[in-house]
Ligand binder design. Structure first.
Ligand SMILES: [Zn+2]
Length: 289
């Protein structure tokens, strides 16, 4: 600590000098030069008060910006209904379409169409809140059901898989072939076997699908409803041996030029998948009401 030994008279004089310094130079900081703004004017030249006038401007009424508020979260009612989608053929089994009489482009066979439509149908049904399962994805054969190891995924292996999955409804998609180049259009096969517990579902569900196809899809003929047990057509394992209501849909004939054009068209595939999904939805909606 520093002590100043000064006489009282000296102290009074020193105090007076300090007080005068403070008054002249302001708290010992020294006098600052006025700031010069970039404009070149000094603060002293800036008017102390700026008069502010408020002007009222009338604007046109606000309208919503384009797109704002139009994107809403999609509300999907989840359904406790499992739909099994079976893309016909696949793997070593190309199905029809490679014969001389086929109008499919070179290299395209039935399995290419069935997997494309099945994938679209799967997306559509999922978006509608259904639980779905596909018997295969076109790339990996379900090993558990490839009993004979021939990578063809035969109907009996497929039926065993479907029954293990316990779906509420089965839809199998195929494309058709025949020697008659004029035969055309979509066919929906279902069973009506005496005493079958699925009779109440098979026919109305197939009807709803056929109706939706005729309503929503550009087809070459009115969709036929076919009962494979009572018609001349062969009995089909997928609709006969599965423990669920089922439909097998022949989407068109590769042996008919117009049908073949549609079958390979991605937009047509999308529309037929949407129609099948719509028919299935209408059937289950009808049951709930
Ligand atoms: Zn087929």
């Amino acid at each position: 600590m520093l002590y100043l030994h000064k006489r009282p008279g000296q102290l009074t004089l020193l105090t007076l000098v300090l007080l005068l310094s403070a008054l002249l130079f302001g708290c010992g900081r020294g006098r600052e030069e006025p700031k010069v703004p970039e404009s070149g004017k000094t603060e002293a030249e800036t008017p102390a008060e700026v008069s502010v006038t408020t002007e009222t401007v009338s604007l046109p009424p606000a309208s919503p910006a384009t797109g704002v508020g139009r994107i809403m979260p999609k509300v999907v009612e989840q359904r406790d209904t499992l739909i099994c989608i079976d893309p016909g053929h696949g793997f070593e089994d190309g199905g029809s379409g490679d014969a001389e009489t086929s109008f499919f482009p070179e290299g395209v066979v039935e399995k290419d169409i069935t997997i494309a439509v099945a994938r679209l149908l799967n997306e559509d049904l999922t978006a509608r809140g259904f639980r779905t399962v596909m018997t295969h994805d076109g790339e990996t054969i379900p090993a558990e059901f490839n009993w004979d190891g021939n990578d063809r995924f035969n109907p009996n292996e497929r039926v065993a898989m479907m029954n293990a999955l316990e779906p509420d409804y089965i839809v199998s998609v195929h494309t058709n072939t025949t020697g008659n180049p004029y035969a055309c259009g979509v066919q929906v096969y279902y069973n009506h076997i005496s005493g079958s517990k699925w009779n109440d579902w098979n026919e109305p569900a197939a009807e709803k699908i056929a109706e939706a196809i005729d309503e929503m899809v550009e087809t070459t003929a009115t969709t036929q409803l076919c009962n494979p047990i009572t018609s001349d057509n062969a009995s089909l394992a997928v609709t006969r041996d599965t423990h669920a209501a089922a439909a097998l849909i022949e989407l068109g004939f590769c042996t008919n030029e117009q049908d073949a054009e549609k079958l390979v068209d991605p937009e047509w595939q999308e529309s037929v998948a949407e129609a099948i999904a719509t028919g299935i939805t209408r059937f289950f909606d009808g049951m709930e009401s």
